[in-house]
Design a protein around this ligand. Structure first.
Ligand SMILES: [Zn+2]
Length: 205
């Protein structure tokens, strides 16, 4: 049966479904009370590999090997990420299907990939606009003569807040039509700002 390439969502799903500790133990290493096991990647006599809870991966304090459940299996068996993820899917019987997909399931996967790419594009574009605006506002805030001085005082913290929202929940922001309009407004303001002779005079003066 022909199987599709794994997509980012599949990797996320594997990491969500297989605990780091669960995997380490499945492949034959016991984790002690301190959450450490013998490191398979160097000649380890005392357990120096820390297994972090909540799937935050592993790190060896002796040889510096570290990563997540997929890179662990990859390194252990000499596999690339895709084969390592497939091995986990198989060994743990994970409900991540990449073979024998119906037309609808394939469309569903394509849709997920498209949505993720759109979100990444939105994040990139919105971040660029907001960072540029923040930079301009910071300049204006340092310069009481600037025609944008009061705008800067008013908007700087809001823009900071939006930037942190964009980092934490870009999806919500993309869905928010008011926010999307706001970004358009800011973008136009930036264009006008760049060609404002009074502003240039204020900054250089
Ligand atoms: Zn090690």
């Amino acid at each position: 049966m022909k199987s599709c390439r794994l997509i980012k969502e599949d990797y996320e799903e594997v990491k969500r479904l297989v605990g780091m500790r669960q995997a380490v133990e499945y492949y034959g290493f016991s984790v002690n009370r301190k959450g450490r096991c013998i490191c398979p990647f160097h000649r380890d006599r005392h357990p120096s590999m820390k297994i972090y809870p909540h799937n935050r991966g592993y790190y060896c304090f002796s040889c510096g090997a570290g990563g997540d459940v997929i890179t662990f299996v990859g390194k252990l068996y000499g596999l690339d990420n895709e084969s390592a993820a497939r091995k986990l899917i198989e060994d743990f019987h994970l409900p991540v299907h990449t073979e024998g997909l119906s037309y609808r399931e394939k469309r569903e996967r394509e849709k997920k990939v498209r949505q993720r790419r759109e979100l990444e594009a939105f994040k990139g574009q919105a971040g660029k606009i907001l960072r540029e605006y923040r930079k301009r506002l910071c300049e204006a805030a340092r310069c009481p003569m600037s025609p944008h001085f009061s705008e800067a005082l008013q908007w700087l913290t809001v823009v900071e807040y939006w930037l942190s929202c964009l980092e934490e929940c870009p999806q919500e922001m993309k869905k928010d039509e008011g926010m999307v309009r706001q970004l358009g407004t800011i973008e136009r303001r930036l264009t006008a700002w760049a060609s404002d002779p009074a502003e240039r005079a204020a900054i250089s003066g």
